[in-house]
Design a protein around this ligand. Structure first.
Ligand SMILES: NC(=O)N[C@@H](O)C(=O)O
Ligand code: NI
Length: 160
């Protein structure tokens, strides 16, 4: 069985798969008479093949135990998918670059620090949402539609 050690998530390492959403490391500018700092345009929302639209949802996920046994990777070919923790919740990210074939040598595992969110670009292969330690509540932005999910069996053990 393939085993991966999840490494701390960084924007640079995640760049082939999408965006890291983090107000602590992003530029901001003042709005609302200076009362608000706008961290602007942190991730690219992709909604391909209109007329589908962007959805804003909240996922309440039960924690997974480690080592994490993954049985499949999925992709959303027609839209991006963003996960942003609403409290302090770490989660496991397992990704492979977009493409019709998954190269096992290019699968990467990351662990977030609780404040980071991710935005999978359209077509990025990923494991389903896997929060650590305790129940997690996440804002999710993605494309609706039943035509936006491909799954590929893939057995991976993830350690942190
Ligand atoms: N099914 C669903 O909405 N979520 C998955 O796409 C996921 O990546 O967790
Ligand atoms: Ni997904």
């Amino acid at each position: 069985m393939m085993e991966l050690t999840a490494r701390p998530l960084t924007a640079e390492a995640f760049a082939p798969f999408g965006d890291v959403i983090d107000a602590r490391t992003s530029a901001a500018f003042p709005i609302n008479n200076g009362r608000t700092q706008r961290h602007h345009d942190l991730a690219r929302v992709e909604i391909l093949d209109a007329p589908s639209r962007a959805l804003i949802s909240v996922f309440v996920s039960q924690p997974v135990s480690l080592p994490l046994e993954i049985e499949l990777l999925e992709r959303h070919p027609l839209g991006s998918q963003a996960f942003m923790p609403l409290h302090e919740e770490r989660f496991i990210v397992v990704v492979a670059p977009p493409g019709d074939e998954i190269d096992p040598m290019r699968i990467c595992a990351f662990v977030t620090d609780g404040r980071q969110g991710v935005n999978y670009r359209a077509g990025t292969w990923h494991a389903i949402h896997s929060v650590l330690e305790h129940e997690g509540e996440f804002l999710v932005v993605d494309r609706g539609g039943s035509d936006n999910l491909d799954e590929r069996p893939m057995t991976i053990r993830v350690v942190v």
